[in-house]
Design a protein around this ligand. Structure first.
Ligand SMILES: Nc1ncnc2c1ncn2[C@@H]1O[C@H](COP(=O)(O)OP(=O)(O)OP(=O)(O)O)[C@@H](O)[C@H]1O
Ligand SMILES: [Mg+2]
Length: 219
């Protein structure tokens, strides 16, 4: 069983949205996937309650219960766990990272996010966990913004920028309906971006699924 935590100290950068998008992609790829929401806001748990589909399973957990939840998931044959963490310097995020095989760090192309990024990178480094940055809410059609972000992230060291998710209304619309952007608009721009990122995650964690093979063949 592989564990991915989605963490970033800065609030509102798209942690929960990215978690849900990737968890839906994993479920569609046929993986037995679980999302653990560690944020007291429980926005991912609420998203699941709005959802009309049984997968992915979403459950709220605390720092104390996390090891037991992970043991139960492993015993139940779960293949992939996403942990959605709260913002700020939360002990939940620190604990989630310790248990993770990969830390995904959503980062918006703003100075406020760039200022917080080194702290989150340090958390991953302290636990010796591989970390990767996903540029989120990027301005559509702004190549220069993307290039600047790549340079800033590279200059910090410790993690590569492995994907870009543009600021698109479909993410908000999908959230309202308990869906992912790819479910609301299959084949749309957001769906393609998430598919590309899911492809990267699959190869990084050596997940073998038919959907990943299919994506690779298509590109
Ligand atoms: N790529 C995107 N394009 C447009 N809107 C987005 C995108 N990603 C997230 N959003 C919207 O931005 C808001 C914040 O996103 P989200 O809740 O995922 O952030 P978060 O990092 O989990 O926030 P918090 O730190 O409070 O947990 C939500 O309304 C969400 O629908
Ligand atoms: Mg959140």
């Amino acid at each position: 069983m592989k564990i991915i935590s989605v963490a970033m100290q800065k609030g509102g950068v798209g942690k929960s949205t990215l978690t849900r998008s990737l968890a839906v992609a994993a479920a569609q790829a046929g993986l037995n996937v679980l999302v653990l929401d560690m944020d007291n806001q429980q926005s991912t748990k609420q998203w699941a309650a709005r959802r009309d589909a049984p997968l992915p399973l979403v459950s709220f957990t605390t720092e104390i219960d996390l090891p037991g939840e992970l043991d139960r998931a492993r015993a139940a044959g779960c293949e992939l766990v996403f942990i959605d963490t709260p913002p700020a310097r939360s002990t939940e995020a620190l604990t989630a990272v310790e248990y993770s095989d990969l830390v995904l760090i959503p980062c918006t192309p703003d100075i406020e996010s760039y200022e917080q990024l080194p702290r989150t990178l340090r958390v991953a480094r302290a636990s010796e966990r591989p970390a990767a940055v996903v540029l989120t809410m990027a301005t559509p059609n702004s190549r220069s913004e993307q290039e600047t972000a790549r340079e800033v992230i590279q200059a910090m060291g410790g993690a590569q920028m492995v994907g870009v998710v543009h600021r698109l209304k479909v993410h908000r619309d999908a959230s309202r309906e308990g869906l992912s952007a790819a479910e609301l608009e299959p084949g749309g721009k957001a769906a393609c971006e998430i598919a590309g990122l899911w492809d990267w995650v699959g190869s990084e964690l050596q997940l073998s699924t038919s959907a990943i093979v299919h994506t690779r063949k298509a590109s």
